[in-house]
Design a protein around this ligand. Structure first.
Ligand code: COA
Ligand code: AMP
Length: 646
């Protein structure tokens, strides 16, 4: 394709320091982001960055055209780097390691794109990907990008009903899966999950393509279903490689579903142009990673962290990315992360604090570090949940490298607050992800929408427009986008987190202000768990709250009130409710704790006081809202919420 030539590949940060960069990104967004856009190959270069013609729907690079797969693969090959390693796959379960050069990964993606095209997939069509951490998952994402098709990856720990909800919302032409995933001590057969999801879904794809893994092969049905079931390798073997299809910068690259406050997941849309520009910029400015560096994000391709920092960002800048199938502990031991870093020469690791807490719990003295050469390891990046000071200190002492917290969300796609290690490393304050990243105008608003004084806590908001790479809308639902994020405070994006900015401009994130919880770095909705509990015939009403957990950060806790005359033993009810959440949402919900109570505290207008229950469960005595209908209900709950108190 006819991409523009002769631009610097490695964007030069012509604003040397953080403050200049942040200021100019807000005062001159066009200049700032058009300069950053020079690091990307365009089929038609954009003439302007910000398109503010239809607020609050801001768009970026709207007259540009590009292909994200070309930028992630082909252009590095065109520049003579085809032999550089693009992807290293390391499975702690199977012991397999393999790697792909940029040329090899391009060939795989082109062939698989050809296979998808043969199934009728073209620009704008959706493809749902429900796969474990195998290289083919990355190939599939890149193949979709190559065709201008829109992928929607669903995390493997979600149950059929959740998969079905995403299939119905995205309306995919093709569903891609594998015969199985692997979890410690057990093989998880994916094909029956896909079958069940498709039986539940109203939408019918044209085809289901299954990668057969030798740990457990799936039966592919030749008839009796309205779609064809195909073997991945057979389909790909006969496929003609497909070229990159240029798309508008504003066309969607993917839809990724995330938990909102209700049970219905939100389809976060990511565009092609803003995403490529922002992610490439972030790799050098935030993570200090350049072409050829080995970079490892220990997450899953089913989460935004995996989309941005396992797949797209490292490939967009020509780095080497590690795809790790395994856990931090138990596969086989708590030295797994150190082994991977040493074996593959990892320069920086990005993971969630919970992974380190898991390692620390098993190997507090980090004895398993011995024998692993970490001399090339420079930085540990953590995000996805609050980084508690104890874990921060342990990691700093153990690894002897900067431990860098940063804060962002599925919606933003890349960091909102960070310590910009490439642009200008700053002193670390434990408990803070440091400062707002260039492009983000972070403000703390009180309940009335006024900015708080420095140090004053409130809702963390971002003044519009959001920078490139952030969500332009929710899939097929502009109104829900506005209602969920933009309507609380006009002119601002509501992050859902609370916090404050200190006198040095450092951001402190105190946690969600809504009913979203964060379990082992996984974002979940208490509302969707409540919907499962409420559906049980013995349950009159219920609440699910997130309570602090030493390992997972938070875990869900259910409280149910029985219907009058319900005839079921407490043990049986508990087992049934736990099993129901596991089968309807998935094991990832980690829902194991439920109590039967006499009543739930409510306001006079009938709103359940989840926050008050949570503060009691966590041992914080906060004032009870004056709107409470009957304070004695809350008092009666104290011994249940926090045994040993009353
Ligand atoms: N497919 C199927 N099941 C899965 C799964 C997948 N892809 N991922 C997790 N599960 C299952 C687990 O087997 C577990 O099942 P169990 O209840 O039968 O034990 C359940 O879902 C909960 O998983 P998880 O929350 O991951 O807990 P864990 O005890 O297996 O592991 C940690 C705990 C801390 C080791 C693990 O959560 C971890 O490594 N977290 C890293 C954080 C991370 O990747 N965050 C993503 C955003 S950065
Ligand atoms: P997700 O969309 O799954 O990435 O989850 C985003 C949410 O995780 C945020 O809204 C926060 O509540 C939480 N989160 C992510 N990173 C951090 C962090 N560094 N500190 C505190 N909370 C975080």
């Amino acid at each position: 394709m006819g991409h523009t030539e002769g631009k610097p590949r490695n964007q030069e940060l012509d604003v040397a320091r953080y403050e200049d960069a942040h200021r100019s990104s807000l005062s001159d967004p066009d200049g700032f982001w058009l300069r950053a856009a020079e690091a990307i190959d365009w089929e038609r270069a954009p003439t302007r960055a910000l398109d503010a013609t239809r607020p609050p729907f801001y768009r970026w690079f709207s007259d540009g055209r590009l292909n994200t797969c070309h930028n992630a693969l082909d252009r590095h090959i065109d520049a003579g780097h085809g032999d550089r390693t693009a992807l290293i796959h390391d499975s702690a379960y199977t012991g397999e390691r393999c790697s792909f050069t940029y040329a090899e990964l391009r060939d795989e993606a082109a062939r698989f794109a050809g296979a998808l095209r043969g199934l009728g997939v073209g620009a704008g069509d959706r493809v749902v990907i429900y796969m474990p951490m195998v290289p083919q998952a990355v190939v599939a994402m890149l193949a979709c990008a190559r065709l201008g098709a829109i992928h929607s990856v669903v995390f493997g720990g979600f149950a059929p009903k959740e998969l079905a909800a995403r299939i119905d919302d995205a309306g995919p032409k093709v569903v891609l899966s594998a015969s199985c995933g692997i979890e410690p001590g057990r093989i998880i057969e994916y094909k029956p999950i896909v079958d069940e999801a498709l039986a539940l879904a109203a939408h019918r794809p044209d085809a289901v393509v299954v990668l057969q893994r030798e740990q457990s092969r799936a039966d592919l049905r030749k008839d009796h279903v309205p779609w064809v079931e195909l073997d991945w390798d057979e389909l790909t073997a006969g496929a003609e490689p497909a070229d990159c299809v240029p798309v508008a910068a504003t066309d969607p690259l993917y839809v990724l579903y995330t938990s909102g406050t209700t049970g219905r997941p939100k389809g976060v849309v990511r565009d092609n142009g803003g995403h490529a520009v922002a992610l490439a910029w972030s790799m050098s400015a935030i993570y200090d990673i350049g072409p050829g560096d080995v970079w490892w994000t220990a997450s899953d391709v089913g989460w935004v962290v995996g989309h941005s920092y396992i797949v797209y960002a490292p490939l967009l800048i020509g780095a080497t990315t590690v795809l790790y199938e395994g856990k931090p502990v138990g596969t086989p031991d708590a030295g797994a992360f150190w082994r991977v870093i040493a074996e593959h020469g990892v320069k920086a690791l990005f993971t969630a604090p919970t992974a380190l807490r898991a390692v620390k719990k098993v190997d507090p003295g980090a004895g398993l570090l011995a024998g692993h050469d970490l001399s090339g390891f420079r930085t540990l990046f953590l995000a996805g949940e609050r980084l508690d000071p104890e874990t921060y200190q342990w990691a700093t002492d153990t690894l002897g490298v900067p431990v860098v917290d940063h804060w962002w969300q599925t919606e933003t796609g890349w960091p909102v607050a960070a310590n910009l290690r490439g642009l200008e490393p700053m002193p670390i304050k434990p408990g803070s992800p440091t400062v707002p990243v260039p492009g983000y105008d972070v403000r703390i608003l009180d309940e009335t929408g006024k900015e708080t004084e420095r140090g004053g806590e409130g809702a963390i908001c971002i003044k519009l427009p959001l920078p490139p790479g952030t969500l332009p809308t929710l899939w097929g639902d502009d109104q829900r986008f506005v209602d969920s994020y933009l309507s609380r405070f006009e002119g601002y994006y509501l992050s859902g987190d609370g916090g404050y900015l200190d006198e040095d401009g450092y951001l402190f994130v105190m946690g969600r202000m809504d009913d979203v919880i964060n379990v082992a770095g996984h974002r979940l909705s208490t509302g969707s768990m409540e919907a499962v509990l409420a559906a049980h015939p013995a349950v009159a009403e219920c609440a699910v709250i997130g309570v602090k957990d030493r390992l997972k950060g938070q875990v869900p806790r259910g409280l149910v009130v029985l219907k009058a005359g319900a005839d079921i033993g407490p043990e049986q009810l508990r087992d049934e409710l736990v099993a129901a959440v596991r089968s309807e949402i998935g094991p990832v919900a980690a829902f194991k704790d439920v109590d039967i109570v006499a009543g739930l505290p409510k306001t006079r207008s009938g709103k359940i006081l989840r926050k008050s229950m949570r503060s009691i469960a966590e041992g914080r005595e906060e004032p009870v809202p004056s709107t409470i209908e009957d304070a004695s209900v809350l008092d009666a709950l104290r011994p249940v919420l926090r045994p040993g108190t009353d």
